[in-house]
Every structure is written in C-alpha cells, then in structure tokens.
Design a protein around this ligand. Structure first.
Ligand SMILES: Nc1ncnc2c1ncn2[C@@H]1O[C@H](COP(=O)(O)OP(=O)(O)O)[C@@H](O)[C@H]1O
Ligand SMILES: [Mg+2]
Length: 260
C-alpha cells in the first residue's frame, strides 16, 4: 500500500520487455516509495537484472511505462543517471587503474568539486576497510574488493536512488554487514535503495519491503513477514517461489553476520 504522503521513487505500470521469445518482464506494475531499502527477490532468470537495467535507462521497455521520480529513464538517461547510483551485477572496472584513480575518474564524470572528491573517496575507502590499498592496481584486487570499489563508485555523487544488482556477491560477511549498515544510514537520510537478490534470508536481513518476481511477473509484494505468512498457504505460487529461493552453505555465514 502506498502512503500518499510519500514520494514514489520508482513506478512501473504494465511494464513488459521481451528478448526474442523470452518475456523477461511481464506486465509488471509496482510502486516503490522513497526512502526505503527495497528488495527485488526472485530465482535466477526471474527478470531482476532486466528490471534494474530499465530503471537505469540501459534497456527500453517494449510496452508499459517506467518512471524514476516521474522521469522516463530511457527518454532522459543523463538526467536520471545524475540522481541514480547503479551497481551492475558484474561491475566493469578498469584493470589498469588503481582504486583511487578509478574513483577520481568516476568523481570527475559526475563533476564533483575537488575537495569534495578527495574527502568522499577517503571517507568511503575507510568505511569499506580499503584504506592503505587504494594505490594498488584494480587488476590485483579480489572479487570482493572490486565489488566494494564498484559500490563506492556508485555513492560518490550522493545519489537519491541506489540500484544495486546482487551487491553482496563476492563479499565476505564483515563487508556484507558494512553494506547493510550503510544502506540503513542512507535510508535515514531519505536515500532509496533497490537491492536484488535470489536469497530469501539476505532479502529478509537487509530489506524493509520486497517484491517477489518469477518469470518476469510480480508474484507478491509486502514486508517479509507479510509474504512469509502468505507463503505458508500450501500450494500457493508464492510457496513454490520460496522453495526455489535457495541460499546454501556458502551464504550461511553472511546471513549470520547480517542478522546480528
Ligand atoms: N540480453 C539478453 N538477451 C537475451 N535474453 C536475455 C537477455 N537478458 C536477459 N535475458 C533473459 O531474460 C530473462 C530474465 O533475465 P534476468 O533479468 O537476467 O534475470 P535475473 O536477474 O532475475 O536472474 C532470462 O530468461 C534471461 O535469459
Ligand atoms: Mg540478475
């Protein structure tokens, strides 16, 4: 239910996107309120990344509408990207740069003032426990360290909306907790985060509300408690989707740290 006093950060109505015969997003209507940490939860192939790419303006819908604070991203990509921070599923960084050079490059793209640039980069390197490593080439960074640099790069220009596609991939439990705490702090400042995952326990630990996608359709939407209650109804489509959302042993330690 949308609170009339809240601004809508993202609105989709009857949104549809096909890749050939595959319907990646199917007639999706969804409102995401400003200031939330909002989860897109669904098994692999359910359309999460496609939806996020449409939010950022990288993919044009085939039918229906999508708007970011009232603006269509595919019509005004520059305007929208100024207010969005995007962490793609597989971030592409420049191997031949150091972390500091990469982050300075990103700051320059957004036109951050010199002083602001230096203090913000130093602040986030410290927060993500990368201080002391910033002058090493990214080619030597681990997957988790690269993921942290990609997240920092998405935060430097103070986005109003953060779109993070499976951002905890490759992060150790401690780093995952740093991301969680950061998102909560940003939410307190009014920043909206949209966060995708195929792991129920991660959505539960990080997000206030979630939308469950399957086959490109919205299966259900609400707080995790609402949805778990509904999934208890045997034979419901939600029950089936929950059964497909598997974490596995490799994420258990991350989930434990997030739940502290
Ligand atoms: N560029 C593409 N070309 C063809 N098919 C695609 C492309 N991108 C996504 N798809 C298909 O669309 C569906 C949704 O994919 P995706 O949005 O990546 O799902 P998720 O992020 O939930 O795993 C899948 O069937 C996938 O194979
Ligand atoms: Mg994906």
């Amino acid at each position: 239910m949308v609170n009339p006093d809240m601004a809508v950060a993202v609105r989709t109505s009857s949104l549809t996107k096909n890749f050939g015969e595959v319907r990646a997003i199917d007639n999706l209507s969804l409102d995401i309120e400003e200031g939330q940490v909002y989860g897109l939860l669904g098994p692999n192939g359910s359309g999460k990344s496609t939806l996020m790419k449409m939010m950022v303006g990288l993919i044009r819908p085939d039918a229906g509408e999508i708007s970011i604070f009232g603006v269509r991203p595919y019509e005004k990509p520059i305007e929208v990207r100024r207010i969005i921070g995007y962490v793609p599923e597989t971030p592409r960084l420049y191997d031949f740069l150091t972390a500091r050079e990469y982050l300075e490059f990103v700051s320059d793209l957004y036109g951050l003032p010199e002083v602001d640039k230096r203090t913000r980069i130093a602040h986030f390197l410290e927060a993500f426990e990368l201080s002391g490593r910033e002058d090493e080439m990214l080619s030597g960074y681990s997957q988790g360290m690269r993921q942290k640099v990609a997240i920092i790069g998405a935060l430097l220009h103070r986005p109003r909306l953060l779109i993070m596609d499976e951002p905890l991939n490759g992060l150790d439990p401690r780093s995952a907790k740093i991301v969680k705490d950061l998102l909560n702090r940003l939410s307190g400042e009014g920043v909206t985060t949209i966060f995708s995952t195929h792991i129920l326990e991660i959505a539960q630990a990080i997000c206030k509300r979630i939308a469950i996608l399957y086959g490109g359709s919205l299966v259900s939407e609400g707080t995790v408690e609402d949805l778990k209650g509904k999934a208890g109804m045997q034979g419901s489509s939600l029950e089936e989707v929950f059964l497909m959302l598997t974490g596995g042993a490799d994420v258990r330690s991350v989930v434990e740290e997030l739940s502290r």
